[in-house]
Ligand binder design. Structure first.
Ligand SMILES: C[S@@+](CC[C@H](N)C(=O)[O-])C[C@H]1O[C@@H](n2cnc3c(N)ncnc32)[C@H](O)[C@@H]1O
Length: 195
């Protein structure tokens, strides 16, 4: 007999995330079953967010804060972005009680968050170097000592001008904060642990 109630299937039109899952599983294993506070800058349709909710933030006291304009970025021109925020909300509906969202620019949203608060911060919003730099600078005080900061797309080079890509900003951040973190991973993504 088939069930009359169809199982909900999230809708994702694009996948920038799945190839990082083995790395995320390995690094974030330390949080399994523990209450955890996470922040994501840039959630789009919610693919990385949903993976975090399913696999890492399983404790009832865990919370995920997110910031997004839901307007996309220059590299998303040509993509269908109508209804992006409702699509995110639908994809994450079953986790709604554990999510805290800010709709707007990260520069405005991050300045409203408490310091030394988060165990994990994922920077994957605007890829323009000035924005990545301000996301990193504003996020760093929000992270607890021992917390993890992950930059996506360190090696992304969609635009020929390096000021339109994250690497310049990540390198600048790592240089000026030298001595205050340990590098956990450096490849297509960069992960550091705050001392
Ligand atoms: C690459 S997507 C995020 C992908 C998502 N983390 C995943 O793995 O599926 C980048 C997101 O950042 C958002 N964004 C771009 N500039 C932003 C800004 N200045 N402040 C907040 N969000 C921004 C876009 O709307 C988009 O949803």
């Amino acid at each position: 007999m088939t069930s009359a109630v169809a199982k909900f299937a999230p809708r994702f039109d694009i996948d920038w995330f799945s190839r990082h899952i083995p790395l995320w599983q390995m690094i974030l294993a330390e949080f399994a079953g523990r209450p955890m506070l996470a922040l994501e800058i840039g959630v789009f349709e919610g693919r990385s967010t949903r993976w975090l909710m399913e696999n890492v933030l399983s404790h009832p006291d865990s919370r995920l804060f997110y910031v997004d304009t839901f307007e996309g970025s220059p590299e998303h021109s040509g993509m269908q972005l109508n209804g992006l925020e409702p699509r995110f909300a639908k994809n994450l509906a079953e986790y709604r009680a554990k999510l805290v969202g800010y709709h707007g620019r990260s520069f405005d949203g991050l300045r409203q968050l408490p310091t030394s608060y988060f165990d994990f911060i994922h920077i994957d919003g605007s890829h323009q170097a000035p924005d990545v730099l301000s996301d990193a600078v504003l996020s760093w005080p929000l992270l607890k000592a021992g917390g993890l900061l992950a930059f996506d797309d360190y090696e992304w080079s969609e635009f020929s001008d390096p000021r339109q890509c994250p690497k310049l900003a990540v390198d600048a951040f790592l240089t000026v904060h030298h001595g205050t973190y340990d590098v956990v991973h450096k490849g297509y993504q960069v992960w550091v642990r705050k001392r």
